[in-house]
Design a protein. Structure first.
Length: 267
């Protein structure tokens, strides 16, 4: 009996050590992956086959969102830059938690490709994700919203069926790529519903199209109370829009400095 207990105790200790080793290896693997992404060169990035950002769509929506403030903005300062896809990638890489680093290339592809398909600025989508979930693919909202872009399952199912996107229930929203695709499709629907007016379609993503219509019918979207209700979410998104562009400008300057240094070495 004593021998059996000794063996069982030994087995339990062995299992604990084994599980601990597995945990350490998982963390080590994530750290190595993170270092690989952080130290990735532009040449290595090119091998990921991530599409270029649609400059026309990016610029057009930025102008719509910023209006007169577009001139001199960070968004304008990135006009014509060839490596915006790399800047999108770097933003996702810096924002995602350690255990989600493997998603970075697929998310960059999804955000850039779906933004191009629906004619959005991918930086706008990054700002929405930052506002909604802080880049947590497993986020769950207080009203049942799920995933990166915090979509209600009922809304997601409707959008999926409307656009012939495969739908496998709520678990679909925990797939980051599917979540982004459905979120952008929903934004495209709202933009169409509100004739491209950002002041309406942006808060509608948060409040629902029906609620926005009630407000506009009741108070004409001019009343002070209506403005507060409609603008709070939009202000948070636009604040993040500004921050993401500011981060990208900083990253762009690093790239340009690196290019200058490389040219000096060659000369």
């Amino acid at each position: 009996m004593m021998l059996l207990w000794t063996r069982l105790s030994s087995d339990k200790k062995g299992m604990k050590i084994s599980n601990r080793i597995k945990s350490y290896l998982a963390v080590l693997g994530s750290l190595l992956m993170m270092l690989a992404f952080q130290n990735m060169t532009l040449k290595e990035f090119g091998s990921l086959n991530i599409s270029n950002v649609d400059e026309s769509a990016r610029r057009d929506q930025a102008r719509q969102l910023l209006g007169a403030y577009y001139r001199g903005s960070f968004a304008q300062k990135l006009e014509g830059k060839q490596n915006l896809n790399y800047l999108v990638y770097k933003k996702i890489d810096s924002a995602l938690g350690l255990k989600y680093k493997s998603y970075v290339p697929d998310l960059a592809r999804a955000i850039i490709d779906e933004s191009q398909a629906q004619q959005f600025d991918p930086v706008f989508i990054l700002a929405v994700i930052q506002t909604e979930s802080s880049f947590n693919p497993k986020a769950k909202g207080t009203s049942g919203e799920l995933g990166l872009m915090q979509i209600l399952p009922k809304t997601a199912e409707w959008i999926a069926k409307k656009n012939f996107v495969k739908w496998e229930g709520e678990k679909s929203l925990y797939d980051p790529v599917t979540n982004i695709k459905l979120g952008i499709l929903y934004f495209a629907h709202l933009r169409s519903e509100f004739d491209g007016t950002a002041y309406h379609y942006l808060p509608a993503y948060n409040m629902g199209a029906g609620n926005i219509r009630k407000i506009t019918r009741r108070i004409g979207s001019i009343d002070a109370d209506g403005k507060v209700m409609k603008r709070d979410y939009a202000i948070r998104v636009m604040r993040n829009y500004y921050i993401v562009y500011k981060e990208m400008i900083s990253e762009q300057k690093k790239l340009e400095k690196f290019a200058r240094d490389e040219n000096e070495l060659i000369e």
